[in-house]
Design a protein around this ligand. Structure first.
Ligand code: AMP
Ligand code: MG
Length: 435
């Protein structure tokens, strides 16, 4: 897809140059992610859209507040506003209630010495006042307009929210690269902003490879199976807010794959394939992919998801990133989340998205060989005492989608880790977040 970006691009070769630990036959997850993030060049086009249409989009420029928030000094409590200088005498303070300042209905003049103003939370602090005494702390003399309270019940300046204390005019309210969540929509509205500049959506094309694959709606002959990767990829990409381009199932034929890659490269910012990168198939795929661009084939020190290809394609003057995923359905999902996702965020122009990884005790022992990172499907649940524990799913095979669907988290066991005993802490990334 054409891109008008003028920023210099780190090419794959530049990203790989001088990496001391680079071993394509034993790629660590960390190094692969770093290379991918450095190679992905953000799309540059920015469009102005309505705030409500911008949910999940990436802010294209900083948003500077034109307003002070709050816009005026106001009460932080329900009570009485007065001049803090009245406290200087000590003892009891006695003030006359001169009027009221309620939300949207400010007191219309300045309070004079010896006066206070009945005020509600959020209401404008009248001129001549700088302090609020909460209503629980005053005595009102009968139904007169006189209130009294002890001078030491409050200090000067208390219970007031000051103009601009949340956000001052001229300050950056939201930074470019921010993915807009509900709070950001509200923040924009609070600044009176109705439209925002966002980066254009990225376009991601994908297809499956395999002579055995059939699409939903077709009938299965012996040895056939339904293609599920185009569905998980559709779902995962949709959640990122990418535009998706489903190019279907492509036969295990280098020419057919090459033609499809060319089409994909013309129409998309990134191309995701599944299948055809494992040891037996990698040779013809490699030969074909190197004709189209610069692609590296990695044997990831990771499970599931060992074979993986990454590179830059070029066709008819258009460039696209290529992610060649393994064929096995659970490996596709693990590779997408742990290798591809960050690269797509970089392409979207988003700041790095932090996915909290939290230590949780495992209910069972886990057999683990050091030397590779394992992403296990797990089920997080609170025990009877309310402590969170994780149980790894019963079947971890790279082809088993059932447990991927039952799981609610990944358990990450890093390269150095060996066997894990029941009760040990393991790092857990929850699938679901609140917002
Ligand atoms: P491959 O990497 O092409 O050797 O595929 C590895 C395994 O994943 C094989 O058992 C394939 O049948 C299976 N597979 C590949 N692509 C898909 C797909 N799109 N949907 C479901 N299974 C697949
Ligand atoms: Mg295959």
């Amino acid at each position: 897809m054409p891109d008008d970006d003028a920023t210099p691009m780190t090419t794959l070769d530049e990203a790989l140059a001088g990496l001391p630990d680079y071993d394509p036959d034993h790629m660590t997850v960390e190094l692969a992610r770093a290379i991918i993030a450095r190679t992905a060049r953000p799309v540059s086009a920015v469009e102005q859209i309505a705030v409500r249409s911008a949910l999940g989009r990436v802010l294209g420029r900083d948003v500077i507040s034109a307003l002070d928030v709050p816009a005026f000094d106001n009460a932080a409590m329900d009570g009485y506003a007065f001049a803090g200088s009245a406290l200087a005498t000590g003892g009891d303070v006695r003030l006359r209630v001169a009027g009221r300042s309620f939300a949207g209905h400010p007191f219309q003049r300045a309070a004079a010495p010896g006066e206070c103003v009945r005020i509600m939370t959020g209401a404008l602090l009248p001129a001549g006042c700088d302090t609020v005494i909460p209503q629980e702390q005053v005595q009102r003399e009968g139904d007169t307009e006189i209130v009294t309270f002890a001078a030491n019940a409050v200090s000067p300046g208390r219970h007031v929210r000051h103009i601009g204390e949340d956000l001052a005019a001229g300050q950056t309210a939201l930074h470019a690269g921010k993915r807009l969540r509900p709070a950001a929509l509200g923040l924009l509205a609070s600044l009176g902003i109705g439209e925002v500049p966002v980066r254009r959506r990225i376009r991601v094309a994908f297809f499956s490879t395999g002579d055995e694959l059939r699409s939903v709606g077709e009938s299965l002959a012996p040895g056939n199976l339904y293609d599920s990767n185009r569905y998980t990829l559709f779902g995962m990409l949709q959640r990122l807010g990418a535009e998706v381009l489903d190019l279907g199932v492509v036969r295990d034929d280098p020419q057919a794959i090459e033609d499809t890659l060319r089409t994909a490269c013309r129409d998309a910012d990134a191309v995701i394939t599944s299948g055809g990168v494992s040891v037996g198939e990698a040779d013809f795929t490699r030969e074909m992919m190197t004709r189209l661009g610069n692609v590296v084939f990695w044997k990831m020190a990771m499970r599931p998801g060992r074979p993986f290809a990454f590179g830059e394609l070029e066709a008819d003057g258009h460039r696209a990133l290529l992610f060649g995923l393994p064929g096995n359905p659970a490996a596709v999902m693990a590779s997408f989340y742990h290798l591809v996702r960050d690269g797509l965020f970089a392409l979207m122009g988003a700041e790095p998205q932090v996915t909290p990884s939290l230590p949780v005790p495992t209910t069972t022992a886990i057999a683990k060989r050091p030397g590779r990172t394992e992403f296990l499907r797990g089920i997080l649940a609170a025990d009877a005492q309310g402590c969170w524990r994780v149980t790894v799913a019963d079947a971890q095979g790279a082809g088993i989608l059932r447990t991927m669907s039952e799981a609610n988290c990944f358990v990450t066991l890093g390269t150095a880790r060996g066997d894990v005993a029941a009760g040990e802490l393991v790092d857990v990334i929850a699938f679901d977040g609140l917002v």
